[in-house]
Design a protein around this ligand. Sequence first.
Ligand SMILES: Nc1ncnc2c1ncn2[C@@H]1O[C@H](COP(=O)(O)OP(=O)(O)OP(=O)(O)O)[C@@H](O)[C@H]1O
Length: 518
Amino acid sequence: MADSHALGELKNQQRPSRRFEKTYGKKKPAMAQARAVHFDLFGGGDENKIVDEMEKLTIKNDTDASKQLVQDKPLPEKADPAENNPRLRGRRKATTSKKMATLTKDKLQALEPLLSLVKTEVQDFQEFGRSMGTKYICTKLGEGAFADVFKLKPKDLEEAMQVYECGGLVIKVIPFTVDKTEDDDIGDLESITREVRVLQTLDPLHGFARCRGVHVVSGRYPDVLLDAFQMYKSTDPSDAINPDPTKTTPADQLYVVIEMDDAGTPVWKLKNPSAFQAFDIFWKTTMVLANAEQKVEFEHRDLHNGNVCYKPLKRNGPGDVAQAVVEDMSKEPAVTLGLSNLQVTVIDYTLARAKVGKDSEVDLVVFDPIKYWEENDARGETESDKIQYDTYRKVRDWARAEAARAQALAELEGVEYDEVDKYSRFLPKSNVMWLGYLVAHLLLKGAVGRGASLPGSSRAAKRLQLAMWRTLEEVDVYVNGTSPTFMPESAGDLLATAVEQRWLTPADMAVFRDQLDE
Ligand SMILES: Nc1ncnc2c1ncn2[C@@H]1O[C@H](COP(=O)(O)OP(=O)(O)OP(=O)(O)O)[C@@H](O)[C@H]1O
């Protein structure tokens, strides 16, 4: 990695991931929507208070602090400069080891908007990798339809501890082309730029991947990443589908490298979630989406089980409820949310829609036209895949229906219809559709032991776990057993209903908020 920049992060474009159909629950009349209640969820009835409370949902504490640790409060220089803190390096001026890639004038010109967005130049990938390899141990974490994702651990123990304290360090490497492409396997500049914009917009919001920087590089895949790539292929052959970059990419391939915090483990890897884990993952994801809806009109539009990650709230902390809690529970607690000790991070905003404008561009909205799912009738193999693929179509059909409604309304009112891409509209119901997918997925995974409880559970703890599963089943029926018209309008509306239905208590909401302050 080049010495002059913090590692960056980015992501990429449309196209489904490779993971899964669903069996929606029984039909049930839609409950009244209660937007007003939504405002109570974060602690009040009046809107100003709500804004204050929602403000608390914006990460200001640990993550910002972690950024400062490496950016504004640099560590003392070590004897070996090669072992400096990664993000410290990121704030330095260019050093001699930084080597720029040689690109044609046309290419450079085309890249200019992206480069100015991320305030960088195009670096030589080999040199970038060489520099990275001297300081970090690289391990491939996973891959998506477009990207390969690597974990970086500083070789220096002290720095490793600090990076760990700051949330870990992960890079997502995404190949892209300058020209628009019909090729589903590679992103284009437009989609990359869009994704970077959404990433920057979501960066300060709770529950989204912290972005530490974005780099643009060109050249051959460096050895340090190739080694990690090959190692992943041999240790996780069933998950390693992406082709060897040395065989498939030209010598001047462009990549975006996004540097971010380690979000943890994707939900698809959670084989048999406990009631505590499933409950927390579902509701925390709902809260994260509700906050982002309110702040930046956010819709994820691709919230499959690879894009919701979880990890223990505390370093070396438990990844589920503490054994003593279930053993000693004598009555059901007032607060249920948070007992799993997990935090949730939503990643991969390739297909997302958000208001990203700043200052002069207040109303700039970015979105992906999601062409891939326009006529696609792929079904997927596993039950989860099937539900996932159906969800893209559900969102698509809802976007079409809303476009038709807008047109009909314009005709009715005798005004000119403003033809816009259907996905440019704010359709937060899409978040609910994806939450429907998530709850169905968690229920499928938890189905085996749904009635069962964690070993050693007291009677009260058993009752509680049963109640948590029942709650998720009711949500499943409520969201998935309802026609799109009668679904909650947004994740925020779903939360409102959750409080109304006592699926969550106001105390649960407060706990979530408190966890942010820890
Ligand atoms: N910040 C992160 N922390 C931990 N793991 C991550 C992170 N970002 C990505 N990953 C891992 O890498 C995988 C692929 O990442 P991601 O979904 O962002 O790639 P993509 O190519 O855009 O995927 P998709 O196929 O969904 O479009 C994720 O499922 C996850 O396992």
